[in-house]
Write a protein that binds this ligand. Structure first.
Ligand code: MG
Length: 384
C-alpha cells in the first residue's frame, strides 16, 4: 500500500486527488493533509481517511483545527509541517499548493531520501527550479502537459529529444488581435472554453502566461534547452503535449481533458491503474487542429524565454508579478493589455537582475518586489 500525503488539499487538485484516493482504498493510504486556511474542506476527508497528520499553515485556522481534531490526529503548524516532510512525508507527496509558497513544501519533501514528489505546483520550479532540478529524478509531473511529455519519454533516451512541444488551448481570445483585446473585461477572461480552473490560472490561460510558466517548468523538469521547447495552440485539448525525436518521429499523449488522469498516472507510476471514465472517441471529435502562437499579440512566451536566459531572480519575479498583476486586472485597476506592459516592466526592474544564492534570499527579494508592485498598481499592501 502506498502512503500518500496531499498538500493544498482544499484546492482543485487536492480535492480531485482525494476523490481518486478514496476510489482505490486498497491501494493507497492517506497519511497527511495540508491546507492554508480552509479547514472546513478537510472535515469529510479527515473522518474518511483518519490521516496521521494534518498541517494548517495559517495561525488562526491552526488553533481552530487543533480544537477540532487535536484529540485524533497530529495537527502541525507550518514549521512542524516542513520538518515532518523531511522526516516522514509518505511514499508520494502530491503538491497541489497554489502559488510560489508551494516551493517550500517541494523543497522539504525532496530533502527526504526516498519520497517522490507528484508536482502540480508549477511555481515550485518557476521559483526555485535551480535548487529542485538536481533532485528531478524523484519529481513526477502532474501538470497535464508535463505529464504528457513524461509519458511520451518513457523508454526513450533524453539525448534523442529534438523538441518538446507543449500544447495550449489558446484560451478564450484565440485568434484575436491586440485591437480586439483593448476592452476585455475580467468576466470575459474568466470564461475558459475547456478547462475549469481557479481564477488566476484561467486569466493566465487567456494571456498565455500559464503556458509561459509551463515552459519554465518543462525546462527544469526535462533538462532540455529552452530553444528546444515549443508551444502549439491546439483548441480541442485532446493532445496534451508531444515529443519530436531526432529521427523525425513524434509521440503524443491523448485523452479527454481531465486532470484526474495526470494525477492518477503520477500516483500509479510506473504502472497504470484501471479508471472507468468516458473514453476519448476521435471519430466523434472529428478533427484536431493546431496553430502557431501569435506572439506579437500574446508576448508571454517571450517573457518566459527572456527570464530563463537571464536566470537568477527573473523567473521567480515574473511569476510573482503575474500573480499581483492578475489581481489588479480582476479588481479593475488595469486593462487586459496592461497585463503585458506590467510583465515587461517587471523584467526591466533592477530586482529582476539579481542572482540570490539560496531560496531564502530569493523569497525575500520576491516578497519586497511584490510590495513594490502592489504600490505601483494601487493595490492594498499587506504582510506576506
Ligand atoms: Mg497545464
Amino acid at each position: 500500500m502506498r502512503r500518500v500525503s496531499v498538500l493544498g488539499a482544499s484546492g482543485s487538485i487536492g480535492q480531485q486527488t482525494l476523490s481518486l484516493l478514496a476510489a482505490y482504498p486498497g491501494r493507497y493510504r492517506v497519511v497527511g493533509l495540508s491546507v492554508h486556511r480552509r479547514i472546513e474542506a478537510l472535515s469529510e476527508w479527515v473522518s474518511l481517511f483518519s490521516p496521521e497528520w494534518v498541517a494548517v499553515t495559517d495561525a488562526e485556522a491552526l488553533s481552530e483545527a487543533r480544537s477540532r481534531w487535536g484529540q485524533r490526529v497530529m495537527v502541525l503548524s507550518e514549521k512542524e509541517f516542513y520538518s515532518h516532510l523531511e522526516s516522514d512525508p509518505g511514499d508520494i507527496v502530491v503538491n497541489g499548493i497554489v502559488g510560489s509558497v508551494g516551493f517550500w513544501a517541494s523543497w522539504h519533501t525532496l530533502q527526504h531520501p526516498t519520497a517522490v514528489l507528484a508536482l502540480a505546483n508549477k511555481e515550485s520550479l518557476v521559483f526555485g527550479g535551480k535548487w529542485l532540478a538536481p533532485l528531478r529524478e524523484r519529481i513526477l509531473p502532474v501538470d497535464s502537459e508535463h505529464s504528457a511529455v513524461f509519458q511520451c519519454l518513457q523508454g526513450e533516451n533524453t539525448e534523442s529529444i529534438e523538441k518538446l512541444i507543449l500544447t495550449a488551448s489558446g484560451g478564450p481570445f484565440r485568434g484575436k488581435k491586440t485591437e480586439d483585446l483593448r476592452l476585455i473585461t475580467p468576466e470575459q477572461a474568466l470564461r475558459h472554453p475547456v478547462w475549469k480552473m481557479g481564477s488566476r490560472i484561467t486569466i493566465d490561460s487567456s494571456t498565455l502566461m500559464n503556458k509561459a510558466l509551463e515552459l519554465i517548468e518543462a525546462y527544469w523538469l526535462f533538462a532540455v534547452p529552452q530553444e528546444k521547447i515549443e508551444v502549439w495552440i491546439h483548441p480541442e485539448c485532446i493532445i496534451h503535449s508531444l515529443v519530436l525525436f531526432h529521427d523525425g518521429s513524434m509521440k503524443a499523449q491523448l485523452s479527454l481533458p481531465d486532470m484526474r488522469l495526470p494525477i492518477l498516472y503520477a500516483l500509479s507510476y510506473p504502472s497504470r491503474v484501471s479508471f472507468r471514465q468516458e473514453r476519448c472517441k476521435l471519430p466523434e471529435v472529428g478533427g484536431l487542429h493546431f496553430e502557431s502562437v501569435d506572439e506579437s499579440t500574446f508576448p508571454s512566451l517571450r517573457f518566459a524565454r527572456e527570464a530563463l536566459q537571464r536566470g537568477g531572480s527573473a523567473p521567480a519575479l515574473l511569476n510573482a508579478a503575474d500573480e499581483v498583476i492578475v489581481e489588479a486586472f480582476l479588481k479593475g485597476q488595469i486593462s487586459f493589455l496592461e497585463i503585458f506592459d506590467w510583465l515587461e516592466w517587471t523584467l526591466s526592474q533592477p530586482e529582476a537582475f539579481l542572482d540570490p544564492e539560496n531560496p531564502v534570499l530569493l523569497a525575500e527579494v520576491e516578497k519586497e518586489f511584490r510590495q513594490k508592485l502592489r504600490v505601483h498598481l494601487r493595490l492594498s499592501v499587506h504582510a506576506g
